[in-house]
Design a protein. Structure first.
Length: 256
């Protein structure tokens, strides 16, 4: 996650999450005791023809064959967290889609902006899920960032770490949805991103994108907050999320 001050990445200090075993369930993943080995994180997304409109209904995602990973590791240490985030994913001929299921104890939200439909800058300073996507053929320091809050507010950014820039004027043509289920203490976020927003290459079965998925929650300051990653970034003293050398890979699977 980007914590920019005057276009510079700010260092944060993290508290370690509580360890727990047996929560991660995805193929092509090797892990060590700490979660900070040079493991491989590769997620093969199924191709779905003519899926229904973007939905927050988990059963609908399962029924069309979406595959699941977990955001379950504390970013800097790789320790497993006892309350992981489920993420379902799939791709179509022109979009990639993800559904996040996030358990919570308490929510920490910005007041809902009256300017609905506009980006909320510094959205990451309250509870948020994020995903970073970049073309494997590009400079690893160039990628796109997408954020959604429980309130449905969102933010999209064009990142160039080599120049320490985050372009807030860039706009994706993405579609998003979010809701809070107070009865189950869970919130949901869904995103539908045009493939042309993250790569200029034709996308076909076997195409690969650099990717990572995140949860940030808890009250400020950052030293009290949870920073969870799909692939741990394992870089103490750096921003816990913006470590492209530690991104995993999303692979577009063959059509069935």
């Amino acid at each position: 996650m980007r914590r920019h001050e005057s276009n510079r990445l700010r260092t944060v200090v993290l508290l370690a999450a509580l360890p727990v075993l047996g929560l991660i369930s995805c193929s092509n993943v090797r892990s060590s005791t700490t979660g900070c080995s040079d493991d491989v994180r590769e997620w093969i997304l199924p191709h779905v023809d003519n899926p229904p409109a973007l939905s927050l209904d988990v059963d609908a995602w399962r029924n069309i064959g979406a595959k699941r990973i977990y955001i379950a590791s504390e970013c800097t240490t790789g320790r497993a967290d006892p309350f992981p985030v489920e993420v379902f994913g799939l791709w179509t001929n022109d979009t990639v889609r993800f559904l996040f299921l996030i358990p919570y104890k308490d929510l920490h939200l910005w007041p809902i902006s009256p300017a609905t439909g506009n980006d909320r800058d510094r959205l990451w300073e309250r509870d948020v899920v994020e995903l970073f996507l970049g073309d494997v053929a590009d400079d690893m320091h160039r990628y796109r960032e997408f954020e959604v809050a429980p309130t449905g507010e969102r933010l999209d950014l064009d990142i160039d770490l080599s120049r320490q820039l985050h372009d807030t004027f860039w706009n994706s043509r993405w579609i998003t949805a979010a809701k809070i289920d107070e009865a189950s203490h869970r919130w949901y976020a869904a995103v539908q991103i045009p493939l042309s927003d993250v790569t200029v290459r034709p996308v076909r079965a076997g195409t690969r994108l650099r990717a990572n998925f995140y949860l940030i929650d808890g009250p400020p300051p950052d030293s009290q907050r949870r920073f969870l990653c799909w692939r741990p970034t394992c870089s103490p003293g750096q921003d816990p999320n913006h470590v492209p050398e530690r991104f995993g890979t999303v692979v577009f699977g063959a059509a069935k």
